[in-house]
Design a protein around this ligand. Structure first.
Ligand SMILES: Nc1ncnc2c1ncn2[C@@H]1O[C@H](COP(=O)(O)OP(=O)(O)OP(=O)(O)O)[C@@H](O)[C@H]1O
Ligand SMILES: [Mg+2]
Length: 199
């Protein structure tokens, strides 16, 4: 069985790492590569952005290291999950088989970022705006042309349920329809849910 490479992207807080950890816990042969950690290991961090409260990454160093890692990790039955909100931009396209984009409704994501991930208001707001404008999905479409890209909405379901839905989709060769979300439409119909954006 040929190895498979799966890009797992989505706005911070949509649950990429929680899902990947569950997948590797439940299945043999799956490998989880957390890009945030990988970037540190391969010395791709060039500084710290105080306003965004995040590491600054040299994407060319990261891309080269990732290409090497992916090329070397091919093997019988290996399933590699590349987890990061910029995973679609830096993963070596020719090796990628599938791409999963996790989604979360803006008001729910806001609460996850503020109360679970302890993001400050500005950082949480910026990330929720990226979610509303489909940023990660658009990046996946742009950088992973021709690959099967599936979105799964994690709003109001458990990590376990996201895991079950992911495995169904994977077993079907990523031919499932997934979830098409439209957060602008949701907010227009539920204006009370967008108060957090105008604090
Ligand atoms: N259905 C779900 N699927 C995944 N995570 C969920 C779900 N529901 C709630 N969560 C929670 O949302 C949080 C997501 O955090 P997690 O670190 O996994 O996100 P992430 O996408 O990896 O973020 P980052 O890009 O910052 O690393 C976790 O606390 C997780 O328990
Ligand atoms: Mg993560």
């Amino acid at each position: 069985m040929k190895s498979k490479v799966i890009v797992v992207t989505g706005t911070p807080g949509t649950g990429k790492t929680s899902l990947c950890r569950r997948i590797v816990r439940e299945n043999k042969g799956w490998v989880h590569l957390d890009l945030g950690r990988f970037a540190v290991e391969v010395n791709a961090i060039t500084g710290y952005d105080d306003s965004l409260e995040t590491n600054i990454i040299n994407t060319s160093i990261l891309k080269k290291a990732l290409l090497k890692y992916v090329s070397n990790s091919a093997g019988e039955g290996i399933r590699l999950l590349i987890d990061g909100h910029y995973a679609a931009e830096v993963s070596p396209v020719k090796h990628v088989d599938y791409c999963l984009v996790l989604r979360c409704r803006p008001d729910v994501l806001w609460r996850r970022l503020r109360s679970i991930k302890r993001y400050g208001e500005d950082k949480a707001k910026m990330n929720v705006e990226s979610e509303i404008t489909d940023y990660c999905y658009l990046m996946a479409k742009l950088h992973l042309k021709g690959k099967r890209i599936v979105q799964l909405d994690t709003t109001g379901i458990s990590v376990g349920k996201t895991y079950t839905r992911f495995m169904e989709c994977y077993r079907g060769g990523f031919r499932c329809r997934g979830d098409m979300v439209d957060w602008v439409d949701f907010l227009l119909k539920n204006p009370g849910k967008m108060g957090f954006l105008f604090r």
